[in-house]
Design a protein around this ligand. Structure first.
Ligand SMILES: [Zn+2]
Length: 245
């Protein structure tokens, strides 16, 4: 399997594989970028949101045609991760079961608002919903998404930001991995082992966007320990920022 990561706002990845191009998250769409929901809230807080370039245009610079995208693995179903889904008509969208239920049968008005953008999609994606299978990856539950690819691409449940939020592990060598942790972190300083922190605006946004605060911080700590234990084996990615800088 060849893999070719490309950081695209909202830090998405594109992977060329034997079963076609696989995306990790999609970012906002060309037609209606950042109009609703969380992003509007971010703008109101005057955060410097990284305005994304449309994913399909970025893929074109990598000579990847949108029709060649066969699968989209979603860390979760917030607007920033899902809005461009319909630009990839040949793709199946893969999501963790708890997230699918939270989005398709929202239990509260807050969650109805959070996932309202999914109802506005002009075409409905083909969903494939995944459940925990009993596999493990460095002590985390791990869901092998594609039978053909084994443990090369796995959903790693990291519940907290949303009820079914996941990371995605991508094997890039014999014992080396990219770990895309989605919105498990909002700011570089949250990665610190000692006194993890973030600017107050980020903390407020994070608090308001978090479904389960205890699980969110529990999983942050688990990820920090993993990075500490396996620094040469794990390359961390986050939706909101580049952990290397
Ligand atoms: Zn999110």
């Amino acid at each position: 399997m060849q893999w070719r990561p490309s950081i695209i706002r909202t830090n998405c990845l594109a992977i060329e594989s034997d079963i076609g191009v696989i995306l990790i998250d999609t970012g906002p769409s060309i037609k209606s970028p950042q109009k609703t929901g969380t992003n509007k809230f971010y703008q109101n807080l005057k955060l410097k949101a990284n305005r994304p370039s449309p994913l399909s245009r970025r893929l074109a610079t990598l000579d990847i045609d949108t029709d060649s995208v066969k699968h989209i693995v979603l860390t979760h179903l917030d607007l920033a991760q899902t809005q461009a889904i319909e630009e990839f008509p040949n793709a199946t969208a893969h999501v963790f079961g708890s997230e699918y239920i939270a989005a398709m049968a929202p239990a509260t008005q807050r969650e109805k608002n959070r996932y309202a953008h999914l109802k506005n999609l002009n075409s409905h994606p083909r969903w494939k919903v995944h459940q925990v299978q009993g596999s493990q990856w460095f002590g985390f539950d791990a869901i092998q998404i594609f039978e053909e690819l084994g443990d090369h691409i796995q959903l790693i449940p990291l519940v907290g930001h949303t009820w079914g939020h996941c990371g995605v592990s991508i094997k890039k060598g014999q014992d080396n991995w990219i770990f895309h942790t989605g919105d498990a972190f909002f700011h570089q300083r949250e990665l610190r082992l000692a006194n993890p922190n973030a600017p107050w605006r980020i903390k407020l946004a994070r608090y308001l966007a978090t479904a389960d605060q205890d699980s969110f911080f529990f999983n942050q700590e688990r990820i920090r320990k993993l990075i500490q234990d396996k620094p040469s084996q794990i390359e961390l990615q986050c939706s909101r920022f580049d952990p290397k800088y």
